[in-house]
Write a protein that binds this ligand. Structure first.
Ligand SMILES: N[C@@H](CCC(=O)N[C@@H](CS)C(=O)NCC(=O)O)C(=O)O
Length: 213
């Protein structure tokens, strides 16, 4: 059974856990990082020199870190041709959306956490959130247009191309203050579709609770 090192509510851990849930593989997740600490533990650093989360450890001790690499490794190992497309062009399509969303959509999540939820009410400045929403909106405009004629990012079924964007979009939908989030009907329909998936419900919806940060 694989070991997953990482606290349940880290956005990058959530991505890996959603992938694991979709693949239906057994795992043993160890709460690590955040309030659990352990990031600088020498044994942990030997597994992941960054001290960050998640880290996946196979039974023979082999480890992989970086959530994107984790998702690609596990889906290639357990669902080649499904979650991980096997045709080179289909795979490139999934890869580009995966990288695109990790690079462009993570920004608002960092602002929501570090400049809002993790601060006391007196320290909070709503204008930082407004600026983050403004910055993220053009990316959601692109995703919305792309989803106009497909159920999932790469077509009619879920692939790794949906994972980072889908995990972050739950926070976009539920953490963006009321009235601040622009309307994106196709993104909203895709999010509703994701919310019907048991693995998304278990690892993204139920585990993204801002009160635990
Ligand atoms: N690019 C890395 C980022 C890893 C990362 O920064 N993870 C966060 C949690 S989402 C972390 O380790 N934070 C320190 C902590 O929680 O202790 C990845 O995608 O895996």
């Amino acid at each position: 059974m694989i070991k997953v090192w990482g606290r349940h509510d880290g956005s990058n851990v959530i991505k890996a856990m959603w992938c694991i849930g979709e693949l239906g593989i057994e795992y043993d997740r160890i709460d690590w990082g955040g309030k659990y600490g352990g990031n600088d533990d020498p044994e942990y650093r030997a597994k992941n020199p960054n001290g960050r989360l998640p880290t996946i450890e196979e039974e023979d001790g082999w480890c992989v870190w970086e959530s994107g690499a984790v998702i690609r490794y596990l889906s290639a190992k357990h669902d080649m041709g499904g979650l991980y497309p096997s045709d080179p062009r289909d795979r490139a399509d999934a890869d580009r959306w995966m990288d695109w969303s990790s690079l462009n959509m993570a920004g608002f999540n960092v602002v929501y956490l570090d400049y809002f939820f993790r601060l006391s009410a007196e320290e909070r400045d709503i204008s930082t959130v407004e600026a983050a929403v403004k910055k993220a909106t053009p990316w959601y405009d692109i995703l919305d247009k792309h989803l106009a004629d497909r159920d999932y990012v790469c077509g009619d079924k879920l692939t790794i191309g949906d994972i980072p964007a889908g995990a972050l979009t739950h926070r976009w939908m539920t953490w963006t203050p009321a009235g601040m989030r622009p309307s994106h009907p196709n993104v909203e329909a895709w999010y509703a579709r994701l919310c019907e998936r048991p693995a998304y419900r278990e690892h993204v919806l139920d585990k993204t609770n801002k009160t635990t940060f």
